[in-house]
Design a protein around this ligand. Structure first.
Ligand code: SF4
Length: 377
């Protein structure tokens, strides 16, 4: 397949692996955080970690939108879905994530709530047009990649005067999460999560560009390489990070030049700025409350904001202590550190969000064979 096979070429992968092994200085360690769950899956699906020398370690980050949503926000969605007038719709992964007391949107559906899976925000708008007597609530999640489609859905609903459509907005922001990780005690004080550099997200950066990462490189002296999702993209980006660290540089480099520019997509950014504003604080699973790290619908469009319409409070919920998702999401643990992995917790019977999502670290370890190692540990 053109434009895919070139980025999965085995010979080139072996050459890149040799270059990394030769250039990575044996006396030092290179701890590189891949922020994005898409990269975590690429790394395990294509065996990238196995091609790296022992002193080049990938640390998994929080870039999985389903995983980082706190249980309290999911509980809000479940309470909204249980209202008789509501049809609540969201992406498939979100429906299976366990909320408090191990309930979920799918279980609420089994108990009679009208919960539906959609493939896009536009599907939710169509649902509102087709069901004028019902309240259609779109449970919107995701990083900067999925925010513009939600903005378009809101605009469509305004233009069509769809008074039965609203959005439960849970869009979060990548740069604020990276700052939080770099400021966290794990990284700064305790040193339990040493991070030498970042693989920057691919799709998010198509929207926001490479410019927002310049701050981390400069302020925290951490190199960032924006990487595509194919295995050769990832390996080339790792080599670029190794070279920066060897040279003592901390810059933003863009490996994914076929899609990412410094300024990103100005039309998408303008649309998002028109419909949304920053929340003062938003709780992330694993990171806790992070200032200015999420978006809310602007007051001018509050009529389409499900939080304003249904007035459901956010109630913080304590995490199940056995589930290591919060630590995994900030790079302080790996899925195999969790006793439940592969035993009690599997993709069919997920205990935590990291086992549900197609971008979750536990799901990646399970799908691509790390479960056998865990079971014998
Ligand atoms: S294996 Fe399951 S219980 Fe353990 S951290 Fe992952 S999602 Fe949580």
């Amino acid at each position: 397949m053109r434009y895919i096979e070139e980025f999965r070429d085995g010979d080139l992968a072996r050459r890149l692996a040799r270059a990394i092994a030769v250039e990575a200085a044996p006396e030092r360690r290179y701890r590189l955080m891949e922020f994005c769950g898409g990269h975590t899956h690429a790394i395990f699906r294509y065996g990238v970690q196995d091609l790296l020398p022992d002193n080049v370690e990938m640390v998994h980050g929080p870039g999985c939108p389903v995983c980082v949503l706190p249980i309290g926000r999911l509980d809000m969605a479940i309470r909204i879905a249980r209202r008789p007038e509501v049809i609540l719709c969201s992406y498939g992964d979100m429906l299976r994530v366990p909320g408090s007391k191990r309930t979920s949107l799918l279980k609420a559906k089994a108990q009679g709530a009208d919960v539906r899976m959609v493939y896009s925000a536009a599907d939710a708008v169509r649902l509102a047009q087709a069901n004028p007597r019902r309240e259609i609530v779109f449970f919107a999640i995701g990083f900067e990649t999925t925010t513009p489609p939600t903005a378009i859905a809101l605009l469509q609903a305004i233009e069509l005067d769809l008074r039965n459509f609203s959005v439960f907005c849970n869009h979060v922001l990548t740069p604020a999460a990276i700052t939080n990780i770099l400021e966290s005690p794990d990284v700064r004080d305790i040193g339990t999560v040493p991070i030498d550099g970042f693989l920057g997200p691919a799709h998010v950066s198509v929207v926001i560009g490479s410019q927002p990462y310049e701050f981390f490189a400069e302020e925290y002296r951490k190199p960032v390489v924006i990487a595509g999702f194919e295995p050769l993209d990832v390996m080339q980006s790792i080599l670029m990070l190794v070279r920066q660290l060897n040279d003592g540089r901390a810059e933003v480099e863009n490996q994914y030049t076929r899609a990412v520019t410094r300024d990103g997509n100005p039309r998408a950014k303008a649309l998002v700025a028109e419909m949304f504003e920053l929340r003062r604080s938003f709780e992330w699973r694993g990171l806790g409350p992070v200032p200015y790290s999420a978006l809310k619908i602007k007051d001018a469009y509050a009529g389409f904001d499900a939080e304003a319409r249904f007035d459901e409070p956010f109630v913080a919920v304590r995490e199940n202590r056995e589930c290591k998702c919060p630590m995994i999401l900030r790079g302080a643990a790996k899925p195999m550190d969790c006793k439940l992995f592969g035993r009690v917790c599997t993709p069919e019977t997920p205990f935590g969000s990291c086992m549900v999502s197609a971008e979750g670290a536990c799901a990646a370890y399970y799908a691509y064979g790390r479960r056998a190692e865990a079971m014998t540990a």
